[in-house]
Design a protein around this ligand. Structure first.
Ligand code: UDP
Length: 258
């Protein structure tokens, strides 16, 4: 385990709770000299990241991999015996906004449809009075608009950038443009989170989250997610097999997790 990073099958997750993840973001902002990326690690990634060399490279070099779903929390328990807290990326954005407000750092919000992006910025500004939204852009810009977008981000003075293009587009965007970001120190890839902040998609109510059933609620609310979520039982099965393999290796005197 390097710096709390655990291998889960073919991907990784950082064994951090909310407070430690927030502390790392503060460090990135206070001492960092380059853009640090915060990605979500969840069971779906097991079936996308290893298949795509560019995405794999982005994940392997990520600065912070949040335990985004209950699947990861259970996998960490089963493979390493550790109890970790779930830190959904869709909630962690609020933590980063709080830090930004407290430290006086500007945020730039890139992604989602124009009206969703605009509404999300309004909601964030209302929820965190004093937060400086340094700039925003919808996620449907063309490739040829990228130099202008990068110029806007750089001149805005934002040190935090939220990228909401969905996975893997957002992680690849970071991999491709990170070297052109001059002032940004933290980039969080937030997937469809703006749709829940400024759009029509509802997050699961507290009850479902508390009982680790947010995935089920989202499935009921958006049945089209079925395609993605059918990987969850397969993930659970692969983790179980990995556990059995570890126990067999232990039986042969090897005590290390692969
Ligand atoms: N999106 C975007 N530009 C694109 C494609 C997608 O801004 O070219 C946005 C889309 O509007 C939505 C988000 O990316 O807000 C994708 O949401 P989804 O729930 O599919 O992403 P996930 O959280 O599963 O990665």
């Amino acid at each position: 385990m390097l710096n709390g990073r655990l291998k889960i099958l073919d991907i990784w997750v950082d064994a951090v709770g909310r407070a430690e993840a927030a502390a790392r973001v503060r460090c990135f902002l206070e001492d960092g000299k380059r853009p640090h990326c915060v990605f979500a690690s969840n069971p779906e990634k097991q079936f996308t990241v290893p298949k795509d060399p560019v995405l794999y490279d982005c994940y392997e070099r990520a600065d912070l991999l949040l335990p985004d779903g209950i699947g990861m929390v259970k996998a960490v328990k089963m493979l390493y015996g550790l109890d970790i807290e779930r830190v959904p990326g869709s909630e962690f954005i609020f933590e980063i906004c709080r830090i930004a407000r407290d430290l006086g750092k500007g945020v730039f919000v890139y992604g989602a449809k124009e009206e969703v992006n605009a509404k999300s910025c309004e909601v964030l500004a209302e929820r965190f009075p004093g937060l400086r939204i340094a700039g925003r852009a919808n996620g449907y810009l063309k490739e040829e608009d990228m130099p202008e977008l990068i110029r806007e981000v750089n001149t805005s003075g934002a040190e935090i950038l939220f990228v909401a293009l969905g996975s893997p587009k957002q992680e690849k965007w970071f991999g491709r443009y990170k070297n052109q970001l001059e002032n940004v120190k933290v980039v969080q890839c937030i997937g469809g989170t703006l749709d829940t902040i400024g759009g029509t998609v509802k997050r699961a109510p507290e009850f479902w989250c508390r009982h680790n059933l947010e995935w089920f609620y989202r499935l009921m609310a958006e049945p089209k997610r079925m395609g993605r979520q059918r990987v969850l039982p397969l993930f659970a099965w692969l983790v179980l097999l990995e556990r059995v393999k570890m126990m067999l290796r232990l039986g042969h005197g090897n005590t290390k997790a692969s």
